[in-house]
Design a protein around this ligand. Structure first.
Ligand code: NAD
Ligand code: MG
Length: 395
């Protein structure tokens, strides 16, 4: 029996995780669930899975959940605030932590899970992009495990021989990271300045939270994933290529020195990588339909357009610069995406804001978490300023 904490249980990945877990009551037991504010959704999940602990970071939401559970006689303990996330992530008696909070808010609890020696199922790519080697070192020091949930990284993991996170596999020539291209792949570049948040979140292939949906539309998601992949698989710079694959059936590929290229394929449904990592090294039913290759027909591949999607080029620069550059890139992106979703910035200005932040903030070496948090804080302050003044910025 595996025992689970799900950080971010009310989100897209959190709900897909609970869907897989519910198919295997003999195999998994949910011990802790966490979310930010949507207490009614969490209440429903607590009724169904009866964890020992539920955490809501918003205090008013936590009080509402506590009252509702008491009225039903459900004994799940409810904690409020960010400390609760760390407690859920390192809870004794839990062996597996799904890290599915979106953005930098997931960093501290994911590090707590690493230090506590858990098996971490990593969806929260921002935590790894920010902390870089620090998370990998915490995993190695405690004997924790790190299994990628991002579909591309899970695909690469499946195409590689067994190994440790961050340690390169032998005989790999390069890795092909596939990208759907997002909802604006065929939209003319001149139209991009006027696209709306709802258009940006209407992803043709995946149903996801709004932040990652915008990242997919700008191709920043692929940029963050590139940084994630360099770290997870210990690859030398230049060994990862991004290739646009609009059907999202081939989730990524690994090319070996002998000319063999291995790929992982499947319908675009996150329950496949989630089930893979939950049961690893075994295989379990996920609820995902079989792939019908004949009905699918053609699979297309093309080069990404870095002029139209500048965020990809900016992320590649940050990957090359190293040090605190990825943390600064991530922070500037979080600020710019929130401004776009809030109607305060146009779509093309997301890249402009990030570019200006990276120009101003020279990358520093990372000795510990302090440098990462300082780069995050500084980049956010700069980005806030640029959002207010970005050319063609506020709509
Ligand atoms: P989502 O917005 O649907 O859900 C986010 C979850 O995090 C919610 O439970 C929310 O309550 C919680 N949360 C948000 N802000 C928080 C905060 N400040 N403090 C505490 N909790 C907070 O997002 P998602 O689409 O499920 O994505 C989650 C993570 O997984 C992201 O890092 C994303 O990049 C990654 N990911 C998602 C998908 C996907 O298909 N959705 C695919 C690959 C990777
Ligand atoms: Mg992905």
């Amino acid at each position: 029996m595996r025992t689970l904490t799900i950080l971010g249980s009310t989100g897209s990945i959190g709900c897909s995780t609970l869907d897989v877990v519910a198919r295997h009551p003999q195999r998994f037991r949910v011990e802790a669930l966490t979310a930010r504010g949507r207490w009614q959704v969490l209440l429903e999940q607590v009724r169904r899975h009866r964890p020992r602990l539920a955490v809501l970071t918003e205090p008013a939401a936590a009080s509402a959940l506590r009252a509702a559970l008491a009225a039903e006689g459900i004994t799940t303990e409810v904690l409020a605030g960010e400390e609760g996330l760390g407690i859920a992530a390192s809870l004794a008696g839990v062996d597996t932590v799904m890290a599915a909070i979106v953005g930098s808010a997931g960093l501290t609890p994911t590090l707590a899970a690493a230090r506590a020696g858990k098996r971490i199922l990593l969806a929260n790519k921002e935590a790894l992009v920010m902390s870089g080697r620090l998370l990998l070192e915490a995993v190695a020091a405690s004997g924790a495990e790190l299994l990628p949930i991002d579909s591309e990284h899970n695909a690469i993991f499946q195409c590689l021989p067994p190994g440790r996170p961050g340690v390169p596999a032998r005989g790999v020539r390069r890795v092909w990271l596939t990208a759907s291209g997002g909802p604006f792949l065929r939209v003319p570049a001149e139209r991009l300045a006027s696209v709306t948040p709802d258009e940006a979140c209407a992803h043709p292939r995946w149903r996801m939270g709004r932040k990652i949906s915008v990242d997919s539309a700008t191709l920043m998601n692929k940029g963050l994933e590139l940084i994630e992949a360099y770290l997870l698989f210990g690859l030398p710079h230049g060994a990862i290529e991004v290739v646009v694959h609009p059907e999202s059936i081939v989730h990524s590929l690994v090319e070996y020195t002998d000319g063999s290229t291995l790929a992982q394929l499947g319908n675009p449904d996150m329950r496949t990588p989630i089930a893979h990592a939950l049961a690893w090294p075994e295989r379990i039913e996920s609820g995902v339909e079989s792939l019908d290759l004949v009905r699918q027909g053609a699979l297309r591949f093309e080069a990404p357009d870095r002029t139209k999607f500048r965020c990809l080029a900016l992320a590649e620069q940050a990957a090359l610069a190293g040090g605190t550059a990825p943390a600064a890139l991530n922070a500037a992106n979080e600020v710019a995406v929130a401004a776009f979703l809030g109607g305060r910035l146009n779509f093309t200005a997301i890249a402009t804001v990030i570019e200006r932040v990276l120009e101003r903030l020279a990358p520093a070496d990372v000795a510990g978490l302090d440098e990462v948090l300082e780069a995050d804080r500084h980049a956010r302050a700069l980005a806030d300023g640029f959002v207010a003044t970005a050319p063609g910025g506020p709509r």
